[in-house]
Design a protein around this ligand. Sequence first.
Ligand SMILES: Nc1ncnc2c1ncn2[C@@H]1O[C@H](COP(=O)(O)OP(=O)(O)OP(=O)(O)O)[C@@H](O)[C@H]1O
Length: 342
Amino acid sequence: MISIQGLRKVFKTKTNTITAVDRLDLDIQDGEIFGVIGYSGAGKSTFVRLLNRLEEPSEGSIKIDDKEITELNTNELRLARQEIGMIFQHFNLLWSRTIEDNIAFPLEIAGVPKAERDKRVEELIRLVGLAGRENAYPSQLSGGQKQRVGIARALANNPKVLLCDEATSALDPETTNSILDLLVDINQKLGLTIILITHEMHVIRKICNRVAVMENGKIVEQGDVLDVFLHPKETVTKKFVEQVMGNGEEDDLEQLLAEYDQGNIIRLHFVGESANQALISQLAKKYNVDLNILQGKITQTQRGAYGTLIVQLLGNTDEIDKAVQYITNKTSVEVEVIRNVK
Ligand SMILES: Nc1ncnc2c1ncn2[C@@H]1O[C@H](COP(=O)(O)OP(=O)(O)OP(=O)(O)O)[C@@H](O)[C@H]1O
């Protein structure tokens, strides 16, 4: 759907030359939610603005749906931009227009007749959950509602791609979640390809299929979100994963073992679908063991959950062995025995 090769953007100021995007290659599939994460100054905003030529590339190729964006003239670019919607951190709404007039604005520019425009605006208002607020002004809306207007406006001309530049960074956690849910809903209903720029790993974890990590204008790591979470390679990626999972350091294991000095202690590793099994309750029903969860963290991604639990198993050693055998042989959860009492 989107193929980027050797993309480069150099800013020249009076005193300085900054390479904001540095020979970047990337392929994005039709219908996926692709995340780009990086710290401030990594070049994310510049990158996403190059895709619709809000910034002119210094070098490289951007193909969207087989159209070479870098070669379009002004008129062709105006038409191509109707296929690339964009939403922004600070919404960029027109403050003197009502909600419905904000959403109608790109349709007016595209020359859509009034009756058709009104019908489309009504559809969009329903799609983003703003029914009843049509005649309000942006200043009368909450941040989440303003972003819903931004989304409706971006979708007005039925784009194939939606670019999101830190679209939830100005919102509180709860509102962020509702906007992310809306993006997933739109992605599924409309089959829209979404590129999402963020500095927050939980945004990537929650809705992206794949992720690229940017540093100094380059992509330093990319892959399926679950794989990147499980095996982050670069230091910058590890730091982002820590944002969601903590630094992976458990409480002092020695202390835990001393405090819980009875029975066996195991560490369970859940990856992807394995976390959907009701493992703990199954074990308690099948075997005569008591299970005591001592520590753990499980988190959800679009491809399933992952994380670890440290569990104490109390009871007859034969029963405990059978329970551990069951997890090892019959489930996809990995078991690591930390203390084995014979
Ligand atoms: N118009 C410009 N003129 C000169 N330098 C620029 C311009 N726009 C961006 N830069 C520089 O390019 C680099 C990348 O900036 P960019 O805004 O793309 O990063 P970012 O990852 O989006 O960070 P942030 O989230 O803080 O915006 C920075 O060093 C920035 O100062």
